[in-house]
Design a protein around this ligand. Sequence first.
Ligand SMILES: NC(=O)c1ccc[n+]([C@@H]2O[C@H](COP(=O)([O-])OP(=O)(O)OC[C@H]3O[C@@H](n4cnc5c(N)ncnc54)[C@H](OP(=O)(O)O)[C@@H]3O)[C@@H](O)[C@H]2O)c1
Length: 280
Amino acid sequence: MIGIIESILFPRVKINKALLADKLQKKTIVITGGSFGIGEQLCCQLSEIDCHLILVARTKEKLQQIQQELQNKPATIHLFSADLSDELQLDQFILYLQKYTVDIVINNAGKSICRSTMKSLDRFHDFQRTMQLNYFAPVKLCFALIPQLINNKGHFINVSAVNVLLAPTAYWAAYQASKAAFDQWLRCAEAELLIKGVTVSTAYLPLVKTRMIEPTQAYQYAPTMSREQAADHICQLIIDQKASYKPWWTLSGQLLSILFARSWVKLMQSYLKNKSNGRD
Ligand SMILES: NC(=O)c1ccc[n+]([C@@H]2O[C@H](COP(=O)([O-])OP(=O)(O)OC[C@H]3O[C@@H](n4cnc5c(N)ncnc54)[C@H](OP(=O)(O)O)[C@@H]3O)[C@@H](O)[C@H]2O)c1
């Protein structure tokens, strides 16, 4: 049953591999968060093309394992291990990138936190860390790479979440606020980048089956998109250079979010009361 719901909510996109190869031949593509989940999958798919992939993430051994597994593929894979939420390490990565001419940036590294406000009262650092990785790091990376992207008529792709377009959800304040911050930043910068010849796209993804959602009990039985599908939608953005991918039901969700904004808050209130019987 869940499989049927998933195929309705998240129909597959068929990638024209020849067109994708045409777009990426000999190009240099930076993928942040290339060690696991959507980023790892994207790397596998793009490794079939003669291009340069630069992967950055914290887990060096996992990056090396990916490079090892894909060593016979046409793509050349370069690795950089860094915690992008650490400004010093981010600066080192930016310095490292200066020896390449980057054509495409896929801003995919992300951190999510699901925690109630009441349990966050002594955890201000959660908000600093999510903002550091999900907002400040891509802004700084963008600033560093915009000159190269302008020179190369490049493409910046942001991996965002469909939730930033819908009514906010309890417990997700840190994550959703940080994803919304970068989404808004990019939407503000978009026109300026477009007139300089840089293409800007956003993948507003629904729930994707990766380790990111594993700790959240409520998501265990929820319909999810596979990481292969998520990577396919990013590949499709590379091909058609559209401004965004959104699931087909996003507009209805947005309308409902506006029309039933207060009812949604009341629904969450009663859910939270039942769930915790007054505990947080
Ligand atoms: N899964 C979903 O339901 C979903 C839905 C909508 C949008 N998204 C977005 O999709 C993107 C990818 O998420 P995912 O689902 O593939 O999660 P994932 O499997 O946890 O992968 C996250 C990636 O980001 C990297 N990363 C995390 N913290 C980092 C840091 N401080 N510095 C550098 N790299 C870091 C991780 O590598 P290391 O741990 O090795 O550093 C990993 O490669 C995220 O931006 C997320 O917000 C996910």
